[in-house]
Write a protein of this length. Structure first.
Lengths: 358, 358
C-alpha cells in the first residue's frame, strides 16, 4: 500500500516530482556535462525560480552542497574567524554550535529548554561574536523563531553576520535578505524532494569575509569554499560535479510553487497548521509540546502523546499514514507531524481523523 | 533523439537504472527516514555488494559523501597532520594536491608532463610524507597507473597511508585493500548513475590516524569526519541525511555488476579499450595522446585529432553519439571517449564507425 509520509524529512514527495523525474530521464539530464550550456541554463533557471519564490536579491548567490549540514561547516569556515554566537532551541541548532566547537571557534551560546523558543527582547549578543546563528524552525522540538524577531536582531547588530537555518521551513519564512546575510535549507523537507542536495544562499558580506579569511592564518577549507563557489556561480557552474538531476528537479518544484504563489503556500501552511494544533489541543490523547503559540512551528508540529508514541504511530500506519516519533529522548512520548506543501488540507484532515480514533 | 553519452562523467546511464529508479519511486525510497530499519538495510545491502565487487575487506568501512572532491578534503583533514605526497599526472591529481595546500599541509609532489604516467621505479617518496596520494585513472589526460605499481609503492612505504583516487575507473582496478588504506570514487562515471554521491572506502589505519588527530592542535573538520562517519557506519547509518535514493541505486547497480561478474566486466573493458586504441592508432585523423601502452587508461581514452575536435564532436553528434572534448588547454585538439560498462562493444563499434567517417 502506498503510504503518505507526514515525517519531518525525508518526507512525502511533492506530487509533481514523478512527472519531472520522468522528463529528466527522457531528456537524459543524468548524463549531461556540468560544464555544458544545458547545465548552466538549468542552474540559472533554478536560481531564478528560487529568487522569485524566496525574494532573494542579486546581492546574494545561490550555491549547492551535498546537504544542509555541510553548509553549517562551510559558513563557520568561511564567515567566522574566531567567535560565533548560537541561539539554541533544539537539537539542530545545538549541532550547528557543536560544529563550531569542532572547528575550534570560540562559541557563545544562549540556550532554551527543549520546547521553548526565543523572542528578540531576551537575546544577549556577545560583543565579539562575528556571526549570529539562528534556527528559524527546529525540526527536533517543533519550535520556530518569528522572522520579525530575526530581523530585529540583525537590525540591532548590523555589523555582525546573520545566518538563518531554514532547513525544515523554507519556503515558508518570509526572510528579508537585505538583513539576512546567509540562509540555507535542504530539499527533502518542504520542497518534497528526495534527500541529497543542500542549498546555500549567501550575500556579499559573507563573500567579503571569506575573501579576507582566505589570506589569514587559518584555512577556510578546500572543498566548496565560498570564493570558489561564487567564482563558478558567476557563470552558473559549480567547482565540482554537483547533483545535476536534483538541481533540475528543484528548479521545477520551485516553478510549481511560484505558479501557486508563495502567499498561497504560506496561507495554506498556516491553515493546515491551525487544523493540527486545534486537534492536538482539544483531543484528550494529545497536547501541544510547545506552549507559546508564537513559538509553535507551522511546518513541524510536535505533540505529546498520552499513550506511548509507538502505539499512535502504529495505529496511523494501519491507515497508510506515517508520522514521526519524538526526537532523541522524546522519542517515546511525542509524535512529530510535518506540514509541508506535499500534503494538502484533505490529507491533513484524514490524518486528524485517524489520530482522533487512537 | 536519444543520445549515447561516451563522455567521461556525467556519462551514459547504466541501462538498468531506469527500472531501479521506477522501483525506488514505487517503494517510496525518497521518503523513508535515514534512521529507519529500511534505510539501514539498504545501506548494508549496498556495502555488501560493493565488498563483493571491489573485494573490500572488513577492515575497511564504506562511507558516503556528496562527491569524490569532498573525499579529497576529508582524507587530508582526517589522515594528514603535516605532510602529504602527491603523484601528479593530470588535472585531478593536481587538484587533490591543491586541496592539500589550501588546507595548509606541507605538500610534496612529483609531476609528469600531461599525457605521461608513473612507474613504480621512478617514484621518490619524501621521508616525512604521511600519505601518498595516487590517481589510478586521470580523467583529464587519459593516463592510468597500474595497480601492480601502486601496490609495490605501498609495500616499500608500509608506514605511510596509501590513498587511491579511482573516480573514473572503479570498479575496473583490482586494488588490494590489504595494501590500499583508502580509495574513493563517484557514481557518475563507470557506475552509470546521475552525479551526486561520493563513495569513500577507508581502513582501520585511516581511522586510527583521524582519532589521533582529533585530539591534536588542528581540527579535522566538523562535517563528515572519519570518526563520526565510522561511528554511524557501525549501525549502517550516516551522521547527516544522505542521498538515500542514490545509495539505493548504487546497491542495485553493484548487484547487477556482481551478477555479470567483475572479471567479465574487466575483460569486456579491456576488449573495448583495445578496439578504441586500435582505431585511433590506425586512423589518419586520430592518434593516441598517451604514448606508453601501460599508462593508457582503459576507461577514458584520449585521442589527438587532426581536425579541430569541435568538428569531430559535432559529426559524432549527428549520429546521436556524444564524445567529450580535451581537458582544459587540450580542448580543441583532443577528444575523450569514456569506456564504461554502460556502453557495450556494439555501441563502441558504432562509435568507431562514425568517427572513421570524420
Amino acid at each position: 500500500m502506498k503510504q503518505t509520509y507526514f515525517t519531518a524529512g525525508p518526507a512525502e514527495l511533492y506530487p509533481t516530482i514523478y512527472q519531472h523525474l520522468q522528463t529528466a530521464m527522457d531528456e537524459q539530464i543524468g548524463s549531461i556535462s556540468h560544464r555544458s550550456a544545458k547545465f548552466r541554463s538549468l542552474y540559472q533557471f533554478c536560481v531564478e525560480q528560487l529568487r522569485e519564490l524566496l525574494n532573494i536579491p542579486e546581492t546574494h548567490g545561490v550555491y549547492f552542497t551535498g546537504s544542509a549540514s555541510e553548509v553549517w561547516e562551510r559558513i563557520l569556515l568561511n564567515c567566522v574567524e574566531f567567535e560565533s554566537f548560537h541561539l539554541i532551541n533544539g537539537s539542530f541548532s545545538k549541532k550547528f554550535c557543536e560544529y563550531a566547537t569542532a572547528l575550534q571557534k570560540y562559541t557563545h551560546k544562549q540556550e532554551k529548554p527543549f520546547g521553548e523558543g526565543f523572542d528578540y527582547g531576551e537575546v544577549q549578543v556577545p560583543e565579539y561574536a562575528e556571526l549570529i546563528a539562528v534556527t528559524h524552525n527546529e525540526t527536533s522540538s517543533g519550535v520556530q523563531m518569528r522572522t520579525v524577531d530575526i530581523h530585529k536582531l540583525k537590525r540591532s547588530n548590523a555589523k555582525k553576520l546573520m545566518a538563518v537555518d531554514m532547513v525544515s521551513s523554507a519556503p515558508y519564512p518570509d526572510l528579508d535578505f537585505s538583513l539576512v546575510d546567509t540562509a540555507f535549507f535542504s530539499v527533502q523537507k518542504a520542497f518534497g524532494m528526495p534527500a541529497g542536495l543542500g542549498v546555500w544562499i549567501a550575500g556579499d558580506k559573507c563573500l567579503e569575509k571569506a575573501e579576507l579569511l582566505k589570506h589569514g592564518d587559518q584555512h577556510i577549507g578546500a572543498h566548496h569554499t565560498l570564493p570558489t563557489l561564487h567564482q563558478n556561480f558567476k557563470k552558473y557552474e559549480t567547482p565540482a560535479t554537483p547533483n545535476v538531476l536534483f538541481i533540475y528537479l528543484l528548479g521545477k518544484i520551485a516553478q510549481d510553487f511560484n505558479r501557486i504563489g508563495i502567499e498561497t503556500i504560506r496561507k495554506e501552511t498556516d491553515e493546515k497548521a491551525k487544523l493540527l494544533y486545534k486537534f492536538i489541543e482539544s483531543h484528550p490523547q494529545f497536547s501541544p509540546f510547545v506552549k507559546e503559540d508564537r513559538h509553535r512551528s507551522r511546518t513541524v508540529v510536535v505533540a505529546n502523546t498520552q499513550k506511548p508514541s509507538s502505539e499512535v504511530i502504529a495505529k496511523a500506519k494501519e491507515s497508510g499514514l506515517v508520522v514521526g516519533s519524538g526526537y532523541g529522548q522524546y522519542k517515546d512520548g511525542q509524535i512529530r507531524i510535518a506540514n509541508f506543501p506535499a500534503t494538502n488540507a484533505e490529507q491533513i484532515s484524514q490524518l486528524i481523523e485517524v489520530l482522533g480514533r487512537v
